[in-house]
Design a protein around this ligand. Structure first.
Ligand code: ATP
Ligand code: MG
Length: 189
């Protein structure tokens, strides 16, 4: 779509089909993937949906704004990760933890208790081979029809891109971090 000039004709096709649920992927190197997922979670909660927001990398020890705000909105929020991999003392333990985390997510998706399940930073577990991407594709493809899923994380594998109904790739133009500025509470976490 070109935004140089205002559209003078309705660009939408004559008939659009409807769907009960969607799979949305936010990948790429630009900032905004997790915040996009949080925006969708907030929107869904506003319609009274049951929402689950699972973070696969962030540690439960981190007091993030998103954890507090989600809980205040009645969103089920859980950090299943253990923080940065470079801080890890035991990668094997991290791999075992990631398998447990995915198993939890799998049960939650299949139970159909939530109309929206966010899998924040799930892409890494697939890219690193810590969990089987084919299992992820199978579980999400066979989910109850009313369950929408949002996945985030850099470098999504082609299987996840194909699975998604809507896939966005964000590109960093520049980031404050490039100029040596640390993450800012309220903007970055
Ligand atoms: P956000 O959580 O702000 O939406 P994100 O989910 O798109 O960011 P991640 O790759 O998950 O990005 O990064 C997590 C943290 O790294 C955030 O604090 C974010 O601000 C920061 N970050 C995002 N993009 C970049 C970048 N291009 N360079 C450095 N840091 C980044
Ligand atoms: Mg993120």
């Amino acid at each position: 779509m070109n935004s140089d000039e205002p559209l003078m004709e309705d660009p939408r096709p004559d008939s659009l089909s409807t769907t009960e649920s969607l799979v949305v992927l936010h990948t790429g190197g630009g900032k905004g993937k997790t915040t996009a997922a949080l925006g969708t979670a907030m929107r869904a909660a506003g319609h009274g949906w049951n929402v689950a927001f699972l973070q696969f990398m962030k540690s439960a020890d981190w007091l993030t704004g998103e954890a507090k705000s989600c809980r205040d909105l009645g969103i089920y929020f859980e950090c299943l990760g253990d923080g940065f991999t470079w801080d890890s003392a035991d990668i094997d333990a991290d791999i075992a933890r990631s398998k447990d985390a995915w198993s939890k997510a799998r049960s939650l998706i299949s139970s159909g208790n939530h109309q929206l399940v966010v899998l924040d930073e799930l892409t890494y577990l697939c890219s690193w081979g810590w969990i089987d991407v084919e299992d992820v594709v199978t579980v999400i493809s066979n989910r109850p029809r009313h369950v929408s899923v949002v996945i985030t994380g850099r470098d999504a594998l082609p299987q996840l891109i194909s699975l998604a109904d809507t896939a966005s790739n964000s590109m960093s133009l520049h980031h404050a971090y490039d100029r040596g500025v640390a993450a800012l509470k309220g903007i970055d976490f």
